[in-house]
Design a protein around this ligand. Structure first.
Ligand code: WAQ
Ligand code: MG
Length: 261
């Protein structure tokens, strides 16, 4: 069977004079069967045209054929949830889980090294707030590996296997479980931490092959428009090029098997 990748991005011109620039409004991507290309395409255009962030001046839709033999099918990470009273508690829990994942990836590195890394996490996370993609952080050297640090690395070419065909309304969890599953299976990836940049969406997650997908129900204050992602990577396990190539180019369908909301 033939599949097609569809990608949409929409933007608007904002500001005056020299300040005038393009602002991102909406984006989406899917991998669907041939017979669904048209319907999914028009749903994407509708999503762009009705977005609360503004009326687009520019919409780009890219449709590419994907050979079935180039698609890797992955089983979705198992999902668990952690309920917390406050966002501060949630953030602390997330840092703790990431610290443990990094510690065990580093072959049970000394607790001091893990504590030192955990202390750096809040600052690293803040640095991701203005980025469109994720930070790729090497736990072996403490260095950032994104070729463009202002933009970050974006995971792309992924969708849910047997996903809802026309789904124009964004569901945070559904999109995140697909992305997190692709990322957790990337060469050298040890763990991921994510906070949405949607001001009203306070649930975030940490994920890895070992942890699975751990939803943390509050990770920021409601109304806060800051969010970001860090992909924690171990350069002793794979090369950065190999990892980035997989994240940006490899086509992945995630078998979500009843996990979708
Ligand atoms: N690749 C890499 N980084 C990305 C990508 C991508 N494809 N898409 C977004 N990011 C980065 C970017 O810096 C955003 O600012 C940040 O992640 C957050 O993205 O179980 O909605 O799309 O209910 O706002 C979590 C769901 C939802 C938790 C996360 O992220 C749950 C979400 P957003
Ligand atoms: Mg967002």
């Amino acid at each position: 069977m033939d599949y097609y990748s569809l990608k949409m991005r929409a933007s608007q011109q904002v500001g005056e004079g020299e300040q005038r620039h393009e602002q991102h409004i909406s984006g989406a991507e899917r991998i669907v069967a041939r017979e669904n290309v048209e319907a999914v395409c028009s749903a994407m255009v509708r999503r762009a045209m009705t977005h609360s962030k503004g009326d687009p001046d520019f919409i780009n839709v890219k449709i590419e054929k994907v050979h079935e033999s180039d698609i890797r099918i992955l089983k979705a990470l198992p999902v668990t949830r952690v309920d917390v009273e406050t966002w501060q508690e949630g953030l602390e829990k997330a840092f703790e889980l990431i610290g443990e994942a990094v510690g065990s990836a580093a072959g049970g590195a000394g607790t001091d090294a893990i504590r030192e890394f955990a202390n750096k996490l809040p600052e690293l996370l803040r640095k991701t707030f203005p980025m469109r993609g994720a930070m790729l952080y090497d736990i072996a050297t403490g260095k950032r590996l994104e070729p463009d640090q202002a933009r970050g690395v974006r995971a792309t070419y992924m969708d849910a296997l047997r996903g809802n065909v026309v789904d124009s309304c964004k569901n945070h969890f559904n999109e995140a479980i697909v992305l997190a599953t692709k990322v957790a299976n990337a060469p050298g990836i040890v763990a991921e931490i994510c906070i949405s940049d949607d001001p009203e969406y306070v649930t975030g997650y940490v994920a890895s092959k070992e942890l699975g997908y751990v939803r943390i129900m509050k990770m920021k204050e409601a109304g806060d428009e800051n969010g970001g992602r860090i992909f924690l990577f171990d350069s002793r396990k794979a090369s950065a090029e190999e990892c980035i190539d997989y994240l940006q180019k490899k086509k992945v369908l995630v078998d979500v098997d009843g996990r979708m909301a």
